[in-house]
Design a protein. Structure first.
Length: 263
């Protein structure tokens, strides 16, 4: 497998406040892989996401995505965050269409091929259990439904890289587990062509979804452990109740506890 996202010896200090957020960060995620990043609060997980998508640029080290050094915002990436950030004055369908109005080649095609794109958006909504919700405004949807819609928006322009920053953090445990399965199925459907990086505080979520888990030190963040998760796919929620699963969660919890006290 070829590396798809590579950060090598990356250090980054924010100009505002002069905070050294990550220092000597090395991470390599292969094409098609589902990676998760866990670590103590404030260790630089979101910074890693911003660096990998060209929203911030490091003072030292290299960031390479899909074989190209990152010098601008990465157009092949889709992103979803803890807050669904849907525009309240647009319907759900219109919210989904937003990246198409910005990202080429869709931007130039959108007007002439509108029906094709609408059909695609509707198919995506159906795939996450939101059939028929396209005409509703975000405020007419539950939090879980909004988060599903926001996932669809992140995927509408067929990104090769999906970046998820605590996307389920604000949801109740049942809805969260339901959405784990939605993401699992989306990733499986795009077999080998969609690389995912998920930042999460939820260690069960990381172990259930990921092929590889990176554990970060306290700030300034660097990778202190890398763990492969070899449970066969497709994974069922039942595996979360097995002792093998709990062992991995406990191991990660121990590493993060150590990283916090070492800070
Ligand atoms: N835009 C910014 N300007 C200045 N400092 C920032 C900015 N974004 C993050 N920081 C600082 O960089 C450090 C790392 O923040 P980051 O958001 O990457 O951590 P995190 O691991 O995602 O945190 P959490 O787990 O709490 O979400 C923090 O000390 C934070 O205050």
């Amino acid at each position: 497998m070829r590396p798809f996202v590579e950060l090598t010896g990356v250090s980054h200090t924010y100009a505002t406040g002069g905070t050294l957020a990550v220092d000597g960060l090395d991470i390599r995620v292969n094409e098609g892989e589902f990676a998760a990043v866990v670590g103590p609060s404030g260790c630089g997980k979101s910074t890693l996401m911003k660096l990998a998508t060209g929203l911030q640029f490091p003072q030292s080290g290299a960031v390479v995505v899909d074989g190209q050094e990152v010098r601008d915002p990465v157009k092949i990436a889709g992103m979803a965050f803890q807050a669904p950030t849907l525009l309240p004055w647009r319907t759900t369908l219109e919210n989904l269409m937003l990246p198409l109005e910005i990202v080429e080649p869709h931007r130039s095609r959108l007007r002439r091929h509108k029906a094709e794109y609408v059909a695609k958006a509707e198919a995506l909504l159906e795939s996450v259990g939101l059939k028929g919700a396209g005409s509703k405004f975000p405020w007419q949807l539950s939090g879980g439904m909004q988060q599903r819609a926001s996932l669809c928006r992140a995927l509408i322009h067929e990104p090769k890289l999906l970046m998820l920053d605590e996307p389920f953090g604000a949801l109740d445990a049942f809805t969260r587990e339901e959405l784990w399965c939605v993401i699992r199925d989306l990733h499986a459907r795009m077999a080998g062509t969609l690389t995912v990086i998920l930042v999460t505080h939820d260690l069960r979520e990381a172990v259930f979804l990921a092929d590889r888990i990176f554990c970060m030190s306290a700030r300034p963040g660097k990778i202190i452990a890398e763990k492969e998760v070899t449970f066969p796919r497709p994974r069922d929620l039942e595996i979360t109740y097995t002792s093998e699963f709990s062992d991995i969660v406990h191991d990660l919890r121990g590493r993060i506890a150590e990283a916090r006290t070492a800070a």
